[in-house]
Design a binder for this molecule. Structure first.
Ligand SMILES: [Zn+2]
Ligand SMILES: [Zn+2]
Ligand SMILES: [Zn+2]
Length: 276
């Protein structure tokens, strides 16, 4: 699988709107990999993960024809991951979509369903161009060429998920906006014998000390990886990626890479591509 990171920032992006902090001021001067739009990924040009407020910008920056994409996983209903207004712009009326274009299938939890309010048939647009499909925790679905399993995240919002995405013998864990998993989730991963070729983990808080649940910093990421090693979910060939990075984490791109290299972790940047 080719995973393209369209956006790698947390809710505010970097530089954050209205922010005078050192990380944001540096990002304005240094640019490049210090600029982070809101988190979104595209896998094999077919499976979109999340639909946040920077989706429009990502289509311009990476030349993505969104009308051709049929599958989108939504992790949770926080604004940086689900900007419903733009989804509802996918209309068939007034010749926006070519006749015969398949619907966009949007997958998510009950929390995402509550945010999108689909009709009885599951459509969120009157013209059947966007269909909502409910995922339950620990459920596995075949989505196009991908096998996707939803795992409950430890995070705020309504019923948040992270996803295990499998294709052609490769297994990828996309796990942002989560803290250390619940015991039942670790047990599920162990019981299903998941072995991840790559894991993309929440590093919202960077080098900052954290004392709340819902996100991770480098220290917690390392702890999370040790647990995965202990249940043989990862090994030393697994790619470990720090992503969903906030200005609150007190690191610019170079500083984050400096910390990450001690642990063999890759720091994401907007536009990064990894082969899983
Ligand atoms: Zn987020
Ligand atoms: Zn800032
Ligand atoms: Zn969130």
């Amino acid at each position: 699988m080719k995973v393209k990171y369209l956006g790698t920032g947390a809710a505010e992006g970097i530089p954050a709107l209205f922010c005078h902090c050192a990380i944001c001021e540096q990002a304005r001067v240094l640019g490049g990999k210090n600029i982070r739009t809101r988190a979104q990924a595209l896998i094999d040009n077919e499976l979109l993960v999340d639909f946040g407020p920077d989706t429009f910008f990502h289509t311009l920056k990476y030349n993505i024809r969104l009308a051709d994409i049929e599958y989108c996983l939504i992790t949770h209903n926080h604004d940086d991951h689900l900007y419903a207004q733009d989804l509802r712009a996918r209309k068939r009326s007034r010749a926006i979509l070519r006749p015969g274009t398949p619907p966009l299938n949007v997958y998510g939890s009950l929390g995402v369903k509550n945010a999108l309010c689909p009709d009885k048939e599951g459509f969120i647009t009157k013209n059947k161009s966007v269909r909502f499909v409910l995922f339950n925790a620990y459920e596995r679905k075949q989505i196009g060429k991908f096998t996707v399993t939803a795992l409950p995240a430890v995070h705020g919002g309504d019923n948040p998920f992270v996803y295990v995405i499998q294709k052609g013998g490769s297994t990828f864990l996309y796990a942002h906006d989560t803290d250390y998993f619940m015991d039942e989730t670790w047990k599920f991963i162990r019981d299903l014998n998941f072995h991840f070729n790559a894991v993309s983990l929440d590093c919202t808080e960077g080098k900052k000390h954290i004392d709340y649940m819902g996100h991770m910093n480098f220290e917690k990421m390392v702890y999370f990886c040790k647990k995965m090693q202990s249940i043989h979910a990862i090994n030393d060939k697994t790619l470990i990626i720090a992503n969903h990075i906030s200005h609150n984490g007190l690191v610019n791109y170079a500083e984050a890479c400096g910390i990450a290299q001690n642990y063999g972790i890759i720091v994401s940047f907007d536009g990064m591509e990894v082969e899983v």
